[in-house]
Write a new protein. Structure first.
Length: 259
């Protein structure tokens, strides 16, 4: 919800409560870039590795790269497939990977739920020389933010969180149509052939999962004090109680740019 790093306890909430990706997303990326066990993939802004782990069985190696050390610590604690390496770095460091890895070394660069923090146009240009022919860039969004969905329970949650933060909630984290169109135009301008698809599924939600998801999107300074978290959870529970059982319609959007 802010531009602050996902440090401290926030990274713990991120690892525990952020959804992973269904196998269909990994299958779609594999098909889009014709990925094989000969390929290396860079998962940029990997967080605690939700997409990294889906890609790992499909390729030779995955580099999970993130600018927040505590996110990488959580990724390591959650367990790493043997072909995954965790790297500290940001989108501004991608250009430096070409002399380190060599040109045309990567099958894909994936950015999952993180591009809204990055200079996407500069990133798309910097990634181009790293990619082999028919490789490319994938922008993946893992559903709309919990507090901005088109459901009654999401509207009730939005009221609680807005009241707590003292400000309206508007950030879409790159999931909105305007952002998606902007990313697609930038990929095209950088010389990529653009396509997109959506993987949809339905999943249950508990109040604890919703609160954990909200905390995973806050900065460390915004988190309620430990002794106040039970009361915050009860406020959410009370607000959402008329709408149970709670379910989320998750739309995973996959935007691809082929080199």
């Amino acid at each position: 919800m802010t531009g602050s790093a996902f440090g401290g306890e926030v990274s713990e909430f991120y690892q525990r409560f952020r959804r992973g990706y269904p196998a269909a997303v990994g299958d779609a990326l594999t098909a889009a870039f014709t990925l094989t066990r000969d390929d290396v993939v860079l998962d940029l802004g990997c967080g605690t590795g939700q997409l990294t782990r889906v890609l790992a069985p499909r390729v030779g190696a995955v580099l999970g790269m993130d600018p927040e050390p505590t996110m990488l610590d959580q990724a390591r604690k959650a367990g790493s497939p043997p072909n995954v390496s965790w790297l500290l770095g940001a989108d501004s460091d991608v250009g430096a990977l070409t002399p380190a890895l060599g040109p045309r070394r990567l099958g894909a660069v994936t950015v999952a739920q993180a591009l809204h923090w990055m200079d996407h146009a500069t990133l798309f240009a910097a990634a181009h020389p790293l990619l082999r022919p028919r490789g490319g860039v994938a922008v993946v969004t893992n559903g709309e933010p919990l507090w901005l969905q088109d459901t009654a329970w999401s509207a009730a949650l939005r009221e609680v969180v807005s009241s707590y933060l003292g400000t309206p909630l508007h950030r879409t984290c790159g999931t909105d149509e305007t952002s998606q169109s902007r990313y697609a135009d930038a990929l095209s301008s950088a010389g990529y052939s653009v396509d997109s698809l959506v993987v949809s599924y339905d999943a249950p939600l508990s109040v604890e999962e919703i609160v954990g998801g909200v905390f995973s999107a806050m900065s460390p300074a915004q988190l309620p004090a430990v002794e106040a978290r039970a009361a915050f959870t009860e406020r959410v529970r009370e607000a959402l109680s008329p709408f149970g059982p709670l379910r989320e319609q998750v739309r995973v959007r996959v935007l691809t740019g082929i080199r």
